[in-house]
Design a protein around this ligand. Structure first.
Ligand code: ADP
Ligand code: MG
Length: 689
């Protein structure tokens, strides 16, 4: 059918729209917009308030303002080709305004001299004269250009104008589509939480009638995101979570192990262990999250749990995010469990077929007590004789599907998830509700605190010399850069160019390069060599962020630290300070912004992950919640669980009440909600716990 005949509906694919060819449709698809209806959920990142205009004479510096003015001159300025600037002179009854566009080689015919235009931008006052750089503009008589207009995040190949045109169209077609049973929140909730309708919310979040209407719209959408999240979490917990019937473990080998340890457990470890023992002894399935800073000794606690399971006649699975980490764990466990008659095996994807076959057989017949590996351990092919406990280390994403697979495998194994990414307590309680959380908030005694120092472009050589001195003493170091290769558009050091530069400057040091674009096998080989001490300095992108343990490494040097969030900086620093010698974290910042300075100061001031998490929440931009994504929660579009903590509480309470009244959401009035949650969270598939 030709485009002119196709009837456009809310659900029409973007290609069916006039002006959208296959190429443009692909551009939209990149932004996740496949159908017209997707436009509704692509919320603006900003707005242009074109309701009131300002006279040129009244312009104030730095405030986004609308000016309506007649163009009296338009010409190219300096530069060549695409990169030329374009200068416009415009006037109203009160004065003249200079307007400058950059990269404007295409603008030659944009303006008609003598016509009136609307210009919207931040004016600057230069020598008493108003200048606007890069304003948005439209003909003054264009009716679509009034009121409060959305500003969307653009993907390459799609213009703001097109986004606005299609979001308008989508809203028109949406009229009457979300009422009655199509409304996505139950009527009881809408009423009790005093929310506006979905249709009203969508219209006013895209094209607000005014501030008040916008607030109402936004509140409803924020509330809904949090309400859905909480409901989905509780539903999945009901199906797979705590409260399900599990195994009552009776073994006590963990006590023998604790006696045998060369050190005494910290009080935090002891407390955490008591909680785990109680969980495991009870006939309910354990579903516990252990949060503990890097180096706080989570592994020892996990080892106890595994031994308790094994001595109760069950098997345990211990999963790490990479093969190398799994191999490290195998080494630790084998060594630590010497003399305890526990059989630990490693299962990885890169094993030889014959070896793998043998391992799989040992797991199936029960000869293997503990299986260490990556997520492959719980893949369908692996059959356990009696899987009783599953532990994931530094693994934040543990999807519903995986959980289902697990439950299918064992009787109903206990689950322990360990993470070094702290979520502020208040938030964890609200979001996870009845999930059990243990916190190890104490480091083993005798650790030398890591010395954190800040350097800038001028002093960065000192940082490198400190590193070189340590290497000369036989120690190892990490250098982390934000980019893999040099880039024209980003002024940052890249791992590749640093690697080359350093190799030249310090010819006696053995450098190795590691980055995310390398194949897994290559990465593992590089890490392995570093782990064995065959290389001195690992120059890398953030791929080393998770879990690696090389106690001989005592320097973590971070380049362009302003490009990393606090969470990342803290994780990176945790890679050193694992041995008995003094360790350093050297933070080199390229750009001296406030936020970079505050982050660096926070890092120098504290090594407490929870404190840093709180600080991070205070200073981060919207949407980058500390560890939120790492925890596998679906992306929230508008809601910010910290800023909106009151809404979180309210939505959580309402969700609990709704589920108490209708546990499976089977009532007809909850059908819309149920299907929406199934859709959103099934495709996300990544809910933890
Ligand atoms: P993480 O929590 O980062 O996984 P690990 O479990 O790897 O930390 O522990 C870090 C180091 O601290 C290990 O070498 C471990 O043997 C040691 N360790 C753990 N608990 C104690 C303790 N109570 N006293 C002394 N050393 C400990
Ligand atoms: Mg660990």
């Amino acid at each position: 059918m030709s485009k002119n005949v196709t009837k456009i509906e809310l659900n029409s694919p973007m290609e069916d729209l006039k002006g959208v060819g296959p190429k443009k449709a692909q551009c939209f698809a990149k932004a996740g917009i496949l159908r017209l209806s997707d436009m509704l959920w692509d919320f603006p990142r900003d707005y242009e308030d074109l309701r009131s205009k300002t006279c040129i004479a009244d312009l104030k510096e730095g405030e986004k303002t609308l000016v309506v003015a007649r163009v009296i001159q338009a010409r190219f300025g300096r530069g060549f080709g695409r990169k030329r600037t374009f200068h416009v002179l415009a006037e109203d009854a009160t004065g003249r305004l200079d307007i400058i566009f950059f990269m404007a080689g295409f603008m030659g015919r944009t303006f008609t001299i003598g016509e009136e235009y609307r210009f919207y931008g931040k004016p600057k006052l230069e020598k008493g004269r108003a200048v606007m750089f890069q304003p948005t503009f439209a003909k003054a008589d264009d009716d679509a250009q009034t009121g409060i207009l959305p500003v969307y995040t653009l993907t390459r190949g799609v213009t703001q104008k097109e986004m606005r045109r299609f979001s308008r169209l989508a809203l028109e077609l949406a009229e009457g589509q979300f009422s009655g049973e199509k409304e996505t929140l139950p009527a009881s909730v809408i009423e009790s939480a005093n929310l506006c309708s979905l249709e009203y919310a969508l219209r006013n979040v895209h094209y607000p009638e005014g501030r008040e209407e916008y607030s109402q719209a936004r509140y409803r959408l924020v509330y809904e995101e949090l309400f859905d999240l909480k409901t989905a979490l509780m539903l999945s917990k009901d199906r797979f979570g705590s409260g399900r019937k599990g195994i009552a473990f009776t073994g006590h080998l963990d006590e023998v192990f604790v006696e045998k340890l060369p050190y005494e457990l910290t009080n935090a470890q002891k407390r955490c262990l008591l909680e785990i023992r109680a969980d495991m002894a009870s006939p309910k399935a354990m579903n516990r999250l252990i949060q503990g800073d890097v180096g706080s000794g989570k592994t020892a606690v996990a080892q106890c749990a595994m031994l308790k399971a094994v001595s109760s006649g069950y098997q345990a699975a211990f999963m790490a995010p990479t093969e190398l980490l799994a191999a490290q764990h195998l080494e630790t466990l084998t060594k630590d469990f010497e003399g305890l008659d526990v059989n630990v095996v490693l299962l990885t994807g890169s094993q030889k077929a014959s070896e793998r076959k043998k391992t799989l057989a040992a797991i199936e017949c029960g000869e293997a007590d503990i299986v260490v590996g990556t997520h492959a351990v719980i893949s369908e092919k692996v059959k356990f004789k009696a899987l009783g406990l599953v532990i994931t280390d530094e693994q934040h994403r543990f999807g519903v599907n995986q959980r289902q697979m697990l439950t299918a495998k064992g009787e109903n194994p206990d689950v322990l998830v360990m993470t070094a990414t702290p979520i502020p307590r208040t938030l964890a309680v609200v979001l996870y509700g009845d999930l059990d959380v243990s916190i190890i908030d104490e480091l083993p005694p005798g650790r030398k605190p890591i010395v954190t120092k800040r350097y800038d472009e001028e002093t960065r050589r000192q940082a490198y010399d400190l590193m070189a001195q340590q290497v000369a003493k036989g120690r190892q170091a990490y250098i982390v850069a934000p980019l893999i290769a040099d880039s024209e558009s980003i002024e940052s050091r890249s791992a590749e160019s640093l690697f080359e530069e350093l190799q030249e400057t310090y010819p006696s040091i053995r450098f190795a390069l590691l980055h995310g674009a390398m194949k897994q096998a290559e990465k593992d080989a590089v890490m392995e060599a570093f782990y064995r001490g065959e290389t001195d300095v690992l120059v890398s992108t953030v791929v080393i962020e998770v879990g690696i343990n090389v106690p001989n490494a005592c320097v973590m040097l971070i380049e362009n630290a302003e490009r990393f969030g606090l969470a990342q900086l803290h994780q990176l620093r945790g890679r050193v300070g694992r041995g008995s010698e003094q360790s350093w974290c050297l933070i080199v910042t390229g750009e001296d912004s406030d936020i970079a300075r505050m982050r660096a100061e926070t890092m120098c001031e504290s090594s407490d992950g929870f404190y840093i998490a709180e600080k991070d929440l205070e200073m981060r931009g919207p949407g980058e919640l500390f560890g939120f994504r790492q925890h596998g929660l679906p992306q929230l579009k508008l809601a910010d669980p910290v800023r909106h903590v009151k809404v979180v509480e309210r939505a959580a309470k309402d969700a609990e009440a709704l589920l108490a009244a209708d546990p499976g959401l089977t009532a007809p009035e909850n059908a819309g909600l149920k299907s929406k949650i199934d859709q959103t969270f099934a495709t996300a598939g990544e809910l933890i716990l």
